[in-house]
Design a protein around this ligand. Structure first.
Ligand SMILES: [Mn+2]
Length: 483
């Protein structure tokens, strides 16, 4: 049996999200899309995550238009996207009708594979997305077996409850919900090479033979290539890499290095390095342009060992330091770092990713700075204890919960059950803004953009209207035209 390793290249999404604040433009992608399509990747990650917001907010691009353009050029290779479960492409919980509509439109506009995850690993938070992915993806798969794929991702973290058994059980739950692929999503680069070997081995042993296991890590702490290689030895099916000009550091390990490493072995990716060279040359120029524009700071390429030492994601550590600096308590850093695991235990060991990393970090700072634990709590801490982000991996500490909730009863149902359908209401709201002559003229995609980021989308629609009507675009861009 061939153990051929499949590659997803992140060059069109996570690579520039990690290195250059998601600022790569569609026009910087187009010249090499046809070549990328010939490489033989499993998929190309090109949409979702922060791209949706950034397109409209900073690049004056319609994210849906970008997706359709990518699809025009990528005839063979499926486009993969990242979806934040019930938070979709934004940062709040959306009602189920919006989840359904968004997934439908993603596939319709060109998505092939949807990776969906929940920050807390609460399966109820990906339930509605999975249902929609199975429904619309299933229709797509009937005519195109490489597309319409449901990939459920586990947010990887370390804690006394995040054991192999925990991850295996979660992965099997996701498999039972209909996941074609299971992804280990190590967004904070906390997964170490030998642990990766154990985790992948345990998952491969427990999952169905037809379920593909996909690994996503970063190279922030310099362990990324080793993590990928150990996972490959343990039988992982797909790994994420980025073409070298935007690889390593806070991004993924480099594609070329892995392709060369595996060449001639039983894991050979089948990718021809010579095909990658001209594409990498193009992205080298793009990377220098992004650096010139100020979106890429060369520091992101360095190895940062802080996560290895403090066991908190790099972004969280810099937030903690900033908060302490503002309070004039920089000397309290070691106390705060000692308090982080305590707060995390109190609230049932959430994985430390956005938004829980901010919530736990801020609470740890407050607990230390106030000199008394939970004397002051943020609204977010309260909501976390109240179950409004979803179910936590373990029960919360009873005494702390009493202090934090002050009599409020936590919810035990799925948070999105409290939300009424909102698509039609938002469509009407958008119509009232006056961008369209008729209600029927409003594309569903615009409603979804507006639902995700109301102010940003409204500004973008103004800009777009102005550009279509031939207003001087330089004036529109500088804000002279009302934007
Ligand atoms: Mn990532």
């Amino acid at each position: 049996m061939s153990k051929k390793v499949l590659i997803m290249d992140t060059i069109l999404r996570d690579a520039h999200q990690s290195h250059a604040a998601t600022r790569m433009r569609t026009e910087q992608m187009i010249p090499v899309l046809a070549q990328l399509d010939e490489v033989g990747y499993y998929s190309l990650e090109g949409w979702g995550g922060a791209t949706f917001d950034t397109c409209m907010r900073f690049l004056n691009e319609d994210p849906w238009e970008r997706l359709r353009t990518l699809r025009t050029y990528l005839k063979k290779t499926p486009i993969q996207m990242l979806l934040r479960g019930q938070n979709l492409l934004g940062y709040r919980n959306y009602a189920d009708d919006l989840v359904d509509k968004l997934v439908e439109k993603c596939f319709e506009n060109g998505i092939g594979v949807i990776r969906v995850f929940d920050a807390l690993n609460d399966p109820r938070n990906i339930e509605a997305s999975m249902k929609a992915i199975k429904k619309y993806g299933g229709q797509l798969r009937a005519t195109d077996p490489a597309r319409g794929i449901a990939e459920a991702a586990i947010s990887y973290t370390t804690s006394p409850v995040h054991t192999l058994e925990y991850f295996v059980k979660l992965a099997k739950t996701y498999e039972d919900m209909g996941a074609d692929n299971i992804c280990i999503k190590d967004m904070a680069n906390l997964l170490l090479p030998f642990d990766a070997y154990k985790l992948v081995s345990a998952l491969k042993k427990s999952l169905r033979p037809e379920t593909k296991l996909h690994l996503h890590t970063h190279n922030t702490t310099g362990t990324g290539d080793m993590v990928n290689l150990m996972a490959i030895e343990a039988g992982v099916d797909i790994v994420d890499t980025a073409l070298s000009p935007l690889a390593n550091g806070t991004s993924q390990p480099a594609t070329e290095s892995l392709v060369a490493t595996l060449r001639g072995t039983e894991y050979d990716t089948g990718i021809d390095l010579n095909k990658l060279i001209p594409i990498a040359e193009h992205f080298k120029k793009v990377a220098s342009q992004l650096e010139k524009d100020g979106s890429l700071n060369p520091k992101v390429r360095q190895v940062d060992v802080k996560t290895l030492i403090y066991q908190v994601p790099g972004g969280m550590l810099s937030n903690l330091m900033n908060q302490l600096k503002k309070a004039g308590k920089e000397d309290k850093l070691s106390e705060v770092l000692a308090e982080v695991p305590n707060v995390r235990r109190d609230c049932g060991y959430p994985p430390l990713v956005t938004p829980s990393s901010q919530i736990v970090g801020t609470q740890a700072v407050m607990n230390v700075v106030m000199g008394e634990r939970y004397k002051m709590v943020t609204k977010e801490t309260k909501d976390l204890f109240a179950g409004k982000y979803g179910q936590l991996p373990m029960p919360v500490d009873k005494d702390v919960a009493e202090k934090v909730l002050k009599g409020e009863k936590p919810i035990t149902h799925r948070p999105a059950d409290d939300l009424a359908p909102e698509f039609d209401r938002l469509k009407e709201e958008l119509f009232q803004k006056g961008f369209y002559a008729q209600r029927e003229d409003i594309p569903d995609e615009d409603v979804l953009s507006y639902a995700s980021f109301p102010e940003v989308a409204e500004n973008f629609f103004k800009w777009r209207k102005a550009s279509r009507e031939g207003v001087d675009m330089d004036m529109a861009k500088t804000g002279v035209y009302p934007v």
